[in-house]
Design a protein around this ligand. Sequence first.
Ligand code: C2E
Ligand code: CA
Ligand code: CA
Ligand code: CA
Length: 276
Amino acid sequence: AKRMGRNQFVIFDATLRNIAITNKKVADELLAALEDDQFEVFYQPQISARTLEIQGVEALVRWRHPTRGQLAPSHFIGTAETTGSIARIDAVVLKKASAQFQAWRQDGIALPHISVNISAQRLIDPALLQSIAESQLDPGQLCIELLESISFDDQDTSLETAVSAIKSLGVDVEIDDFGTGYASILSLLSLSPKRLKIDRQLVLPITTGQSQRRLVASIVEIGKALGIEVIAEGVETAEHVRILRELGVDSFQGYFFAPPLSGNALESFVRERGWF
Ligand code: C2E
Ligand code: CA
Ligand code: CA
Ligand code: CA
């Protein structure tokens, strides 16, 4: 048994070493990619439940890798977070997204807002306020989606301070992936975000039963009680749309309406529908 244990340890150790080597490789590649401007931004429409028209877009990063093609965030965000390059990636996304938003406006596509994802660890970074100030967006046009993957501890006043600093710039804050991570109902009171986004793990199963629907209904109730808008992600079918409208969700995002699109594709998408 001892021997087996040692073998297992050796295997485990080798696995860990391989992970470490892979991470180091990706980390180096991420830095090179930043230098070489390989990050692109895609945009997914957010649709008003009331008008069924576009009310904004969420900016989602893509890595145009020289040999592996276009990579989704799941391939690199984790490493970027642990190695610290996430701050620079988020800054690039914010810069490109705000430039695109302005360019659309000049082409007559006046979207009400654009949402950008910021890793919560970066929220307490003063350079973020700098990049927001440099983004040249008007108050109310920019929304920061805060992922609840790190704990929104009610003792952690630094997060609260950071959120109020961002809000004082006229930027809206949204709690992302609500209902599956750390963000508590209490954090809604202390952070008072403009919007909360119901995670798709809660949205997808609403077609399967009453309790799944009631769960979403109660999140909508909480939003209403606190004056916080509610958006649902992972809206994939007409059935989802019908039920979510009945439940009083304010807006939708998901493949039923559109996947994340390049800047040009988003422009065609809104023009084809005669929205602008
Ligand atoms: P998220 O913020 O929850 O973004 C929504 C994800 O769901 C996107 O994946 C989107 O493509 C996908 N999605 C959209 N509609 C549907 C649908 O109807 N069904 C299903 N099953 N999925 C849908 P994506 O683009 O791969 O992004 C994954 C995550 O990476 C994001 O999750 C976000 O947490 C993170 N991320 C993306 N861009 C950035 C960024 O610029 N900075 C940071 N820090 N994180 C980012
Ligand atoms: Ca998001
Ligand atoms: Ca989300
Ligand atoms: Ca999610």
